[in-house]
Every structure is written in structure tokens, then in C-alpha cells.
Design a protein around this ligand. Structure first.
Ligand code: FES
Ligand code: FE2
Length: 427
């Protein structure tokens, strides 16, 4: 349980809020590269940290991300004409380049230089790992490029989707940190989903509900060990990574691709749940990609042309009570991603944490909240944000079996090292 004030501190991400200022120290996944596939393609609306923005790729292929609304009288530049190295508002023809600079105001004489005085707020963008990232903080604090394992693989080795979740980022991310719910909410799917079933990990996770945690603090977040009983004399360990400021890496299942999420605030009541599936050794197969597009693995089936899941709040997540009763889907909702979204959205736009009753399996959540708060305080006092260095980002999740007297910490720290071209440690 935390106070209302503490909850507000953690959940508000607009400009000038403590968390908002912390998050503006990181490169932020803004949109998928394929949303801006070619020069002069249609512009795309993007919402980040409570700011409404428009993204476009100009005639030279340069990326722009700027205030969505025209400086003249506030028309959305989503209607804009993307032409000759700039986005032109269709109302009266004002035109902006990728830096947000107004380059033409047709009604005014060019020699008067009026347009030079008009500039929309704009943020720098980079393309890395099939994602367009932006940096929304002070230029002097711009960090090095992201160095997560999946960003450095071949495009054929990864598959990335994003889905709109109607909740604050924090309760979504807490679901990614909380490894104990897997034995309940996702139990049915572990034994049926093709990207989970038939592994020792799926067997232990779905059948052993008693989870004991061992959590290590790392420079860039938390290494969260969740222990379940395996065969007599052994423990099955799942190691989740929580990485500053909003990434989680899911423990892998043997032979299967690994998964990670980014829980990125759109505004305080909505977040974009990014899902990265990647295999360090091989290309993803056509069957795997087709399966994920249809809501298999940890992805969601989306309404075509949108990032809204087909099963969503407006249709009761298509809950199937017969499947719930039969245990096919433990909650009756199909698919791991929508199972998570449904329970998290049911908490309300911002979970009221003054009413919760936390237990030992929530320890990692408590620690993550504390780390976020400390990081925001440190940044407010002028310190560099944590977790920006390669050593903090270039890590893996893992799962393994150890004898009951085995040393978890040593095994975990070794298992999470990124070894190029080698499989994840997984059972
Ligand atoms: S509102 Fe955009 S040009 Fe007038
Ligand atoms: Fe989940």
C-alpha cells in the first residue's frame, strides 16, 4: 500500500512531473519503423507522456516528430500534406520541416520573414531495431543509443508489435514484474500455446503455484528470481529483468524465442504495450510470425489498421465462460496478452494503490516503485538517470533448474549475460 500522493508521484508523466522528467532522460520507443515506410508517406499521430505529436518522413527520408497542432489556429497536422521536405497544414497552407520550423506561410510576403519566427516543438528521432525512438529531454542530457539485445539482431530474428492498453503504464508494468500471476492467469495457455507448451518450464510454472522470490538490485533495475519446486531436490528458477525505466524481459522457455515488453505512457490513463519477440540464434519462422499476428505467444490480435486489440474493454474481452470453467483459459479470456490487459484495465485507468494489500510475491513491485521514486528524485537533484549504459541494457532473462542448495545469485548473474549467437539459458 502506498499513499495517494506517492501513487500520483509514480503515475503522472506529463512535462514537469517528477516521473515525466525522469522518463524524458531516456530514448523512448515512439512508433514502429513500418508506420513511416517511405519518404512522403502519410503522417502518423503519436502520443507520448501526455504530449500529442505528429510523426512524418520527409522527401529526403528524414524523420520528424513534432507538436501535432498547427501554430496558426491549431488544426491537427494529421491532415497534413507531406510534400517537398515538409508537412503542410491543409487549412491555410502553413508548412513545417522535420525540425518543426515553419518554412512557408503563403498569406504573408516571403521577404517579411514571418515564418522564421514560427517553430513547433520537435524532438529528435533515430531508427534502431525496427523502432523509431525519440528523445524528449534537454539536449545536454541526451543519452547514448539503446543497446538492448533485440535491437542488435537481424530483422529476421525479431518480431515487434504494440497494442494500446487503456490503463496507466505502472499497473501494466507491474504485471510484467509480477511473475507469480503466470501460474494462475496464464495457466491454461502454458499447456496449449505453441510457443510455451511442451517445455519443462511450462510444466513447472503451470503446476506449482507457490512462488518464492529472490531479488537482486542491478545498476539499471532489478533481477527478479522466482523459485518454484521442480523435481525432488531441485528448484525451477525464472529470472525476469526489470530495466529502467519501463522494460521487462520475460524468462524464456527452452528452444523458444525470448520476449520483452516496453510499457510506454501515452498519457496518464493509457499506455502502449510494446512486445518484442526475438531469437538470438535463428530467424523466426513464418509459422511463428503468423501465430503471433493472430494473438499467439505474448502478442495480441489487433483490429486491422489500428493498435487496438480485437478483444477489448468494449466487448468484455470476448470472455468465454465455458473455457473458464473447463480451465482452457484460466480467466476465460483468450491469449496471454489480452489476459494481462483485461485484468490490468479492470483496475481502472489509474489503480488506487491506497487500497491494495501486498504480499510477499509483490516484493519486486515494491522495490521497482522505490527505485523509480529514487531515480526521479536523483534526476530532480541533477544526477544522471540510471540504466543508460550498455552494461545495464545488454542483459537477458533466463530460466533454469538448480539443486535446492545451489547458489542462485551466481547462477543468475552468469545466465543473464548476453552471449552473441548463443541460446538463452532456458528450460
Ligand atoms: S490552421 Fe494550419 S494553416 Fe491555418
Ligand atoms: Fe502476464
Amino acid at each position: 500500500m502506498i499513499t495517494h500522493e506517492q501513487n500520483e508521484y509514480l503515475c503522472r508523466t506529463g512535462s514537469g512531473t517528477p516521473m515525466g522528467e525522469l522518463f524524458r532522460r531516456y530514448w523512448i520507443p515512439a512508433l514502429m519503423r513500418q508506420e513511416l515506410p517511405r519518404p512522403n508517406c502519410p503522417p502518423v499521430q503519436v502520443q507520448l507522456l501526455g504530449e500529442r505529436l505528429i510523426a512524418f518522413r520527409d522527401t529526403q527520408g528524414r524523420l520528424g516528430l513534432m507538436d501535432e497542432f498547427c501554430a496558426h489556429r491549431g488544426v491537427s497536422l494529421w491532415f497534413g500534406r507531406n510534400e517537398e521536405n515538409g508537412l503542410r497544414c491543409p487549412y491555410h497552407g502553413w508548412k513545417y520541416d522535420v525540425t518543426g520550423q515553419c518554412v512557408e506561410v503563403p498569406s504573408e510576403p516571403a521577404e517579411g520573414g514571418f515564418c522564421q519566427k514560427i517553430k513547433l516543438k520537435a524532438y529528435p528521432c533515430i531508427e534502431l531495431g525496427d523502432v523509431v525512438w525519440t528523445y524528449m529531454g534537454a539536449p545536454s542530457e541526451q543519452p547514448p543509443l539503446p543497446s538492448f539485445e533485440w535491437t542488435g539482431l537481424q530483422p529476421s530474428q525479431r518480431f515487434i508489435t504494440k497494442r494500446w492498453q487503456e490503463s496507466n503504464y505502472l499497473q501494466a508494468m507491474e504485471g510484467g514484474i509480477d511473475s507469480s500471476h503466470v501460474s494462475f492467469l496464464h495457466r491454461g495457455d502454458l499447456n496449449s500455446d505453441p510457443m510455451h507448451r511442451n517445455t519443462a518450464g511450462a510444466k513447472f510454472t503451470s503446476s506449482r503455484t507457490n512462488t518464492v522470490f529472490d531479488i537482486l538490485e542491478t545498476s539499471g533495475g532489478l533481477l527478479i528470481g522466482a523459485r518454484r519446486n521442480a523435481d525432488p531436490g531441485f528448484y525451477y528458477w525464472r529470472v525476469t529483468q526489470w530495466l529502467m525505466p519501463w522494460y521487462t524481459l520475460i524468462p524464456p522457455y527452452k528452444g523458444q524465442p525470448a520476449n520483452g515488453h516496453a510499457w510506454v505512457p501515452m498519457d496518464d490513463d493509457n499506455c502502449m504495450a510494446w512486445t518484442m519477440t526475438f531469437h538470438p540464434v535463428r530467424d523466426l519462422s513464418a509459422e511463428e510470425i503468423e501465430l503471433m499476428r493472430k494473438g499467439g505467444g505474448v502478442h495480441a490480435e489487433l483490429i486491422p489498421g489500428t493498435y487496438r486489440p480485437v478483444a477489448n474493454r468494449s466487448n468484455g474481452y470476448l470472455i468465454d465462460r465455458a473455457a473458464q470453467e473447463a480451465g482452457k483459459y484460466y480467466s476465460g479470456v483468450r491469449g496471454l496478452a489480452i489476459q494481462d490487459a483485461s485484468v490490468q484495465e479492470s483496475m481502472g485507468p489509474i489503480a488506487d494503490r491506497t487500497k491494495e494489500n501486498l504480499v510477499s510475491t509483490d516484493n519486486a513491485i515494491i522495490m521497482a516503485r522505490l527505485r523509480l521514486r529514487k531515480a526521479a528524485q536523483a534526476v530532480a537533484e541533477g544526477t544522471r538517470a540510471p540504466g543508460l549504459e550498455e552494461a545495464a541494457q545488454s542483459v537477458r532473462s533466463a530460466s533454469f533448474v538448480l539443486p535446492v542448495d545451489g547458489k542462485f545469485k551466481d547462477a543468475a548473474l552468469d545466465a543473464v549475460k548476453v552471449r552473441k549467437g548463443e541460446h538463452h539459458v532456458a528450460v
